[in-house]
Design a protein around this ligand. Sequence first.
Ligand SMILES: [Zn+2]
Length: 678
Amino acid sequence: MKGPADALVTRAEHLRRTIRKHEHLYYVLLEPEISDQKFDALDRELRDLEAAHPELITHDSPTQRVGGGPLTEFPPVAHAAPMLSLDNTYSEDEVRDFEARVRRQLGETPLSYVAEPKIDGLSLSVTYENAILTRAVTRGDGKIGDDVTVNARTIRSLPLALASSRPGLKVPSLIEVRGEVYLPRSVFARANDERTRNGEEPFVNARNAASGAMKQLDPRQVAERGLELFLYSVARSSEPEARSHSDALRLIGDLGLRTNPEIKACASIEEALAHCAALRLKRDALDYDIDGVVIKVDSLSLQRELGATSKFPRWAIAYKFPAERAATRLVNIDVQVGRTGKLTPVAHLEPVFVAGTTVSRATLHNAEEIARKDIRVGDTVVVERGGDVIPKIVEVALGLRPPSAKPFMMPAACPVCLTHVAAMDDEVDLRCPNASCPAQIEERIKHFARRQAMDIEGLGDKLVALLVSDGTLRNIADLYTLEVDVLAQLERMGEKSAANLVASIEKSRGAGLQRLLFGLGIRFVGERAAELLSRRFGSIDALSQATAEEIDAVPEIGQAVVASVREWFTASQNQDLIDHLKRAGLQLKTLSAGPAQPRTLEGLQFVLTGVLPSMDRNEAKRLIEGRGGRVTSAVSSKTSYIVAGDDAGSKLEKARTLGIKVLDEAGLVGLLGENPRA
Ligand SMILES: [Zn+2]
């Protein structure tokens, strides 16, 4: 007998099936058929239904991607078949040698290959039992990995349940597939923008960001990161094995899993090498980092016949792109002091051309890293520019080391003020504990004057260094005591530029609390946090007296910001600084927003690209933000609108593939309401 309960079960099943289908179209095939609004409506209906009838919730429901609270650890899991790494080479000749070895072992057999981009990410093994995702395990040491199932479930392009789209193809009762998790470049760029804005250290590269995310114990944080993955092989299956690797890839795709569209079947090794060359040219246009191409013998029976050495399968080779590296000499290691006092060693190199630019500096991070790589002044080093933001030293040519080269030691005293150094909270880095250290004052003043902060024009780095070293500037408040006559006496500083600088400093008094808070350089307080704190507390006195609980209650403000703000306001020299700023007549309150504008764009995200006919980008940004919208730099599935002017490039193409609405300037003006610049 069928009752209303059956009708609900049927409806829930229908919704799950429909949502899965559209997730597959959107995240796997990148060909959405319905609008985001329609998709959200389906999702909402299912969530409401499940909330009213929790008994209807199934583990593989699309609403259950992020489930449960944080873990305390990832249980170790042994791989059913080891996850071997691949033999690799940088030379075409060695790829031909690989084919020669294969031929020697197999004799006269027709041979074909599959060439696939080698994605620079994190390997993952995923198991489905009775079509349901039951386990995801990292590669680990190849034999034992970490069970990261809860995190893998948050990856939207990984289906929680398999469904066959090929007539006659049944979903195997057990199948283990392997692939690579990665962070799309566009998402990586956005994440780094956000981190920089928040005063956090940016990620070194997309791979680190992806592997860091998969190691998060809280799946909610993983879900926010925006990871994606491609599946590239079947490790085991309950059904008779496919005959070839290309058949296996087709099977993976037909089960609803995402495969890479750049994979190509090649009739010969020469064709495979040609595909490598083509991918190398295409590399920068892809939305993920690749560091080479994997060439595999296509026939699975031949793969078995070839077998594996103790480390590598004999039927595959990774042909890595000639690295963007160059050798040069390490002239010196400078130790720089940042505005928080952190000491950072920086390599000073003989200039060398790598990957399109001249490099003369490279990051060394900290003393631990220098010791690990045994980098010494005078060494010939190999510098690499990859997906990383800053070039790095990857190798030391020990054979070329001058006999006099000594191991590098971090200084025991600050190189600038000679104060004895102290360990930072992380116990790896060192800092100069002297708040009056000229190097720190210099960095703080430079930060304070930045366009995004107090926007003081005409205050160049050299001038700051000079004014700090002669004792004129001991803190940011001293800027407001500068006089035209005195400045005009300085070398290369005429009456006019001195007057302009003083005028610009004068003007900055009215910049308002939000810019001031960012300009103070409080750790973790980036532009966004400054905006939120300024809006919530309204004045520096109110913020100064706010308790940790009150600050913590501000939406989007995290623990690190709370602790850092409290610490900053507790320090007596900072209280003195605020008194000085008050006496200097600075605006220490939130600027009134003028006639209130309706926040009609609240919750919408915009990306600006190309040149607009009559507005510059900052103006467009200000207008959008004035109505509560957000402007981001990278296009993603969260983007609501892209505003495109002339010469809009790849962002516009990406927006079109994601089905995001595109506006021109007139369209934006329309959206903002009538005459928004009045
Ligand atoms: Zn110092």
